[in-house]
Design a protein around this ligand. Structure first.
Ligand code: ITT
Length: 193
């Protein structure tokens, strides 16, 4: 029988990616699977703080071990913006199209287009807390390309590639910030068995 793990996210794309990465070894339960349908507060000012806040919410309300991910797109020419505010860059609507438009406008005259996605995964097991980081470096291009992925994927080209994260298909789950953080989580869990 597969070990069950709760992933504290309301983002269906993240869930799908993490299931594709961990699915052979773990049964990844969503918040809906444990009957949690409200939005978990994210009020910390850092990715680490928000990831922990989401995981702790599930632990406190359900008593279940779980993990959560908080992710930000950090653009060097914008001093790390949108960073921890990536989901609500253009307002509370969590509208990816509006977020990308705002970012492309701000990058209009910037010559340095380097950026990185950074994911922090927080795992709570019993009383213990563990954090895992995954980063992918790349550049922000000037227009959207590709239909896959989600969020800022259509404007981000990872280092070593010519396609955006929205164009590379399943390869995203091998090289992405989230894939790297989840691989560290999986290694940690394996070594504990
Ligand atoms: P949960 O908090 O419920 O997990 P969320 O969508 O609010 O879902 P975040 O707080 O981590 O997740 O939001 C970060 C935002 O960054 C997200 O809404 C996307 O716009 C963007 N993002 C996160 N991961 C991404 C990825 O792999 N590719 C492109 N954009 C991503």
């Amino acid at each position: 029988m597969k070990t069950k793990l709760v992933f504290a996210t309301n983002n269906a794309h993240k869930l799908e990616e993490v299931r594709a990465i961990l699915g052979n070894d773990y049964e990844v339960l969503s918040l809906a699977d444990i009957n949690l349908h409200e939005d978990i507060p994210e009020t910390a000012g850092t990715l680490e703080g928000n990831a922990l806040q989401k995981a702790q919410y599930v632990k406190q309300h359900f008593g279940l071990d779980c993990f959560a991910d908080d992710t930000g797109l950090e653009v060097y020419a914008l001093n790390g913006e949108p960073g921890v505010y990536s989901a609500r860059y253009a307002g509370e609507g969590h509208d990816s199209e509006a977020n990308m438009s705002k970012l492309l406008l701000k990058m209009n005259k910037k010559r340095n287009r380097k950026a990185r996605f950074r994911t922090i995964v927080a795992l709570i097991q019993g009383e213990d807390i563990h954090l895992f980081e995954g980063i992918v470096n790349g550049t922000i291009i000037k227009e959207r390309r590709g239909e896959g992925g989600f969020g800022y994927d259509p404007i981000f080209v990872p280092e070593g590639y010519s396609q955006t994260l929205a164009e590379i298909g399943e390869e995203k789950n091998k090289i992405s910030h989230r894939a790297r953080a989840i691989a560290k989580l999986a290694d940690f869990l394996k070594n504990k068995e």
